[in-house]
Design a protein around this ligand. Sequence first.
Ligand code: C2O
Length: 462
Amino acid sequence: MPQSRRRFLKTAAVAVAGATLFDVRELLAAGPYTRLDVGPLTASSPTLVSYGNAITAMKALPSTNPLSWAYQAAIHGTTLPGSYPAWNTCQHGTPYFWAWHRMYLYWFERIIRKMSGDASFALPYWNYESTSERFLPAPFRVSGSPLYTPNRGPGWNAGTSSLSASAVATSGFMPLLPYFNAQGNCESTPHATVHVSIGGWMGSVPTAAQDPIFYLHHANIDRWWNLWLQQGGGRSNPLSDAAWKTTKFLFFDENGAQKYMTGCDVLRCAQQLNYTYENEGAQVNQYCLKPLPWWVFDREYLIDWPPIKLPPGPDPGPVEIRPRELRSRLLTAAKDEKTEVALEIDGVVIDKQPNVYWEVYLGLPKGTAPSPESAHYIGNIALFGHGVRGEHQHGGFRPAQFSFRVDRAMENALQRDESGSLALTFVARGAEVKGQRVSAARNEANLTIGKTRLALRRLKRT
Ligand code: C2O
């Protein structure tokens, strides 16, 4: 039967050609998945096409379906009435910030894979630390695209607004050794600063996850968790913290089935979750059964500032204190490698989600323009979710806290000024417009700070 044999060969040849040509993404589908830097991607890159297709398909489902766009966003936070399993469960200002958002992205990504029909899909990350990626990625700015939303702050969709350098700085958390300190500072900057800078839906917890860029922002925050750990030096996940290891969070898989996860399930992205980030180093493999030594701070509080209020309107003047007889002690501590001088800010409460974040300066000389490149700059106060009173919140209201290393800034201030004045200056910042810092970023909320203290800290391993 020469006829049918020929037909068989022809069909087989087509199948093989198909497998080698356009099924390459199918062959990769078993993972490991690589999460790509969105910078070089265009609107026609398969990753973004699939992401857009999935969003369109998910938006067609009713909000009661766990695979719908509305339901997935509501797991993070929502203003929709009603209460469905896992809604409003995002973790902010808690020990679970990094872990919860890693779990959330993991299940979300699996759902995108299914809803796009692209079995090799992996979420891209927004690498805004790169100076070439400070604007919203272009494919997200195309009106009519599923990646677009009009609900963003001024200039973002026009491509005129961009993130300022202080909003994307990683220097506030990368050097820290204790997990919860590093996680907390990362949650503030770059996490909260990027939310607040973009504004619109991204600026507020109950709406943020409706913007498709949210998940790329969080992929980047998730990547920094790995990069922080990869620095070594005794950095570790909180393997000695029983609550962190056993607290369960609920999600949905791509079939709409409920899935629970704990911190122990998300320690090793490559091994447990089957993904890595483009350009990241070797994974650090940690195991819940092998707890590592733990870091704690020995603290000594030396100086309190008077209560600080930042009302709506222009930036208030500096809040000054004079350390007087403590001056030489502070200078010695600043020089001592083993002692950190830290500014610890507790009980930070704001009446509504702010439209700005604040750069904080210590010892800024009068008449000097504040610059985050200067030695006076110590970090940011950025609020997203926790600390915000008006925000629709689950798990109760919690004031926020911040802690900055100030050795260099303090030494600089005390050496310059013989009278030993330590002035704290808060400068409200938003997005940059046309590449320029906008001096007119005006605060519209009421911020109060309960306690501001200078502490000497020594790290101890337990
Ligand atoms: Cu749960 Cu960036 O937010």
